[in-house]
Design a protein around this ligand. Sequence first.
Ligand code: FAD
Ligand code: NAP
Length: 462
Amino acid sequence: MSQPGSEQNPLRVAIVGSGPSGFYATEALFKSGLNVQVDMLERLPAPYGLVRHGVAPDHPKLKEAIPVYDRIARSPGFRFFGNVTVGRDVPVAALAAAYHGVIFACGAESDRRLGVPGEDLPGSYTATEFVGWYNGHPDFRDRVFDLSQEIAVIVGQGNVAADVCRILAKTVDELKHTDIADHALEALAESRVRDIYVVGRRGPAQAKFTAKELRELGELDDAEVVLDPAELELNPESLAEFEERKGAGAKKNVEILREFASRPRTDRSRRIFFRFLLSPVEIRGQGHVQSVVFERNRLTGGPFEQSARGTGEQIEIEAGLVFRSIGYKGTAMAGVPFDARQGVFPTRDGRITDEGGTVVPGLYACGWIRRGPTGIIGTNKPCSVSTVASLLADQGTLDPAPKPGAEGIPALAGLDGRRVVSYDDWLAIDQAEVSRGAAKGKPREKFARVEEMLAILGATKR
Ligand SMILES: Cc1cc2nc3c(=O)[nH]c(=O)nc-3n(C[C@H](O)[C@H](O)[C@H](O)COP(=O)(O)OP(=O)(O)OC[C@H]3O[C@@H](n4cnc5c(N)ncnc54)[C@H](O)[C@@H]3O)c2cc1C
Ligand SMILES: NC(=O)c1ccc[n+]([C@@H]2O[C@H](COP(=O)([O-])OP(=O)(O)OC[C@H]3O[C@@H](n4cnc5c(N)ncnc54)[C@H](OP(=O)(O)O)[C@@H]3O)[C@@H](O)[C@H]2O)c1
């Protein structure tokens, strides 16, 4: 029998998830020079993962990854199966039987918990749900955020926190020509949010913003940054970090923060306050968030290993809104080993391993579900390439029998009553979104409900 990848026996690979890591894995497979057939399964009718539903609407340049993925999707040997949830509509065992290899590229869709009292009070939200809501993700279409409040606290100082802060602080004019979902734009137009606290548990030199994203917070039309220079005092370990190359980003951030702190006050309508060395210990309120109690921290540990230690001193910030932006987390999928502590599928060189650390033949992972929820779009490319390298290195040990691919799975053939969305179907949805947007001077107006997308296809099945 000829090896998978030969003329007579195509190497059939299923990729679960259509975000950056799924597309980079597809590209690496097609570049292998083998006879490869890729079927990409995506739980939504729309592809592109967080590039569509995470990247902020006012950052259109970052969506330039999409034409790259579109070119990959038009390669011979590629098929898209949208509106199919693996682990629910298609069991993992069925995929493993129908393909030579399965690559999980399903991202990190949940979020870390703070684990403090009051975390779930009305008015306390995760960044994940807010981001999904303003980006038209169907899971979050009907979320309601109480923007009648005047003071918001954002917990966390990463780029997602910067996105949330910017969207809260921008005017409607700054957002209306972006692809922000209309339902969000309408709600933000009525927002009474005036003061936004962006709070980190460590110091200014440990904030995880990238310089560009931080600088942008000081360039908004009707919001100013308010920063007490005393907040920017640094310990010797942080200063030592600046002396090394890997401390360059932090040094830049502190320079930007210092420049913010030196600015004269203005009469802009909204204010962004940066606070450091504060960990939330309780979210307080009677039936709704009214304040957040923080414990003041000091840093312990050497350069690049500094962590926050509570001092026992508490401060309370009055606020009616809280956004927890402390990182995303992968979720378990039936039939795949899961490391619940890290929120990832455990892997060795991209090969999925079981509890005992033994490789599960034929199962691979890349992107956020492999590495955890960090890294920009481009970070996923080497990750996916290395996973595909492992799969290709295993070629001789994969089941050599020809595999049926999607034709061996009833749900993918549309036989279980589900409307499977092909890539051509997606292109029709895409065109409809672009036309809807053009009428409003927006690059697109997303359909934020699965039913609306399927209706474009004249679909009667869900
Ligand atoms: C809010 C936010 C903003 C960001 N902004 C930027 C930015 O501006 N610039 C930048 O470079 N990086 C940005 N990033 C980082 C970047 O988006 C990630 O590095 C990247 O998207 C991770 O790719 P991924 O393919 O691993 O996961 P994802 O992009 O999350 O893709 C996973 C895909 O899998 C699908 N899926 C999940 N479960 C299943 C299942 N059971 N069956 C089928 N499909 C499934 C999901 O629907 C999704 O489409 C941002 C991240 C976030 C959270
Ligand atoms: N424009 C862009 O390029 C862009 C936009 C958005 C996202 N992204 C990328 O996407 C990835 C994810 O971003 P992210 O902002 O979700 O994650 P992140 O960069 O890891 O930031 C998470 C923040 O939450 C804090 N945190 C974690 N646990 C906490 C706790 N228990 N209590 C208080 N604070 C806590 C972290 O502090 P510690 O540092 O102390 O842990 C950190 O400040 C990043 O790699 C980011 O660069 C990029």
